[in-house]
Write a protein that binds this ligand. Structure first.
Ligand code: AMP
Length: 285
């Protein structure tokens, strides 16, 4: 495993691998790695590509300074985990290298409303920063494919959209959500859950499962209301529980009108904001 902080050194290493005919698979992360992140590396390896993992806590995607300050940073542990899982290249740039003063890195594309709902509504500016960093990292790493988790469904939809607009030919691969045995979706933020919330948190995935079992039976609004009430009565502070079209992310009114339907939620478990989602229906399979 080779670790680079320097962009030019990494690029010259990557271009020599490319000249040998190797293909690059890229997994951008913010560190505090867990098996969800590692699953992205494994998907890259399964495709016989060179795995590049970036670890960069991106300041432009945090809409609250306190959230950025509290974001877990455990580089040594991260490198050990990546080494154990045979990651090929780790990229750990500085903020100044990602955002040099003389480079305009903002992404100006029509997002077709994908960024207006759910996370976009509750975390204003978050997706501007996310697209900015992912686009910048793609331009540095120049991968053939980028691997992103379904865990951040709306993020994936936006990156896929940006891929079509700005990086034709780039394969944007969605990797399934990795969950703990309890059903809790793995997340770097889970490290900060208290013991009590850790016990209660699996309820979120149960709520999603229940929604899945009722999607073609009950009215959508009823399913959403029930899920919201259930989260509240367990002590969570839910921000949204949205049943949306899996492609446009527009609100679903009648499940019969949509091929792919996803339920996405965000809820505060005490001080920690958790998100999760589940595909409720996919008639393309
Ligand atoms: P993050 O470090 O939280 O920015 O996540 C980096 C990448 O890992 C994103 O593409 C996430 O969607 C993905 N990811 C995070 N948690 C999981 C999980 N539990 N299962 C699968 N992918 C995940």
């Amino acid at each position: 495993m080779q670790v680079f902080a320097d962009i030019v050194k990494m690029q010259s290493h990557i271009s020599s691998l490319k000249s040998e005919g190797k293909k690059i698979g890229f997994a951008p992360t913010m560190g505090a790695l867990h098996l969800g992140h590692i699953s992205l590396i494994q998907q890259i390896q399964d495709r016989n590509m060179v795995s590049v993992c970036s670890i960069f806590v991106n300041p432009t995607q945090f809409n609250q300074q306190s959230d950025l300050d509290k974001y877990p940073r455990v580089l040594r542990e991260d490198l050990t985990l990546l080494e154990q899982h045979d990651c090929d290249i780790v990229f750990i740039p500085t903020v100044d290298a990602v955002y040099p003063q003389d480079l305009d890195t903002r992404v100006e594309i029509d997002r077709e409303g994908l960024d207006m709902t759910m996370e976009g509504h509750f975390r204003p500016g978050h997706f501007d920063g996310m697209l900015q960093v992912v686009n910048r990292l793609i331009n540095i790493v120049l991968p053939e494919a980028i691997f992103m988790g379904q865990k951040d469904y709306q993020q994936f939809a936006l990156v896929q959209h940006m891929g079509h607009k700005l990086h034709p030919g780039l394969d944007v691969v969605m990797c399934p959500i990795i969950r703990e045995g309890s059903g809790l979706a793995m997340s770097s933020r889970n490290r900060r859950l208290t013991e009590e919330w850790r016990e209660r948190a699996p309820m979120l995935s149960q709520t999603l499962k229940e929604a899945k079992s009722r999607i073609e039976i009950d009215p959508v609004q009823e399913i959403q209301d029930r899920a919201f009430a259930k989260m509240r009565s367990a002590g969570f502070k839910p921000e949204y529980f949205e049943i949306a079209d899996g492609v446009t992310l527009k609100t679903v009114e009648d499940a019969a009108d949509h091929e792919i339907i996803v339920a996405c939620l965000a809820a505060w478990a005490g001080e920690i904001r958790l998100i999760d989602n589940m595909i409720l229906k996919d008639s393309t399979l």
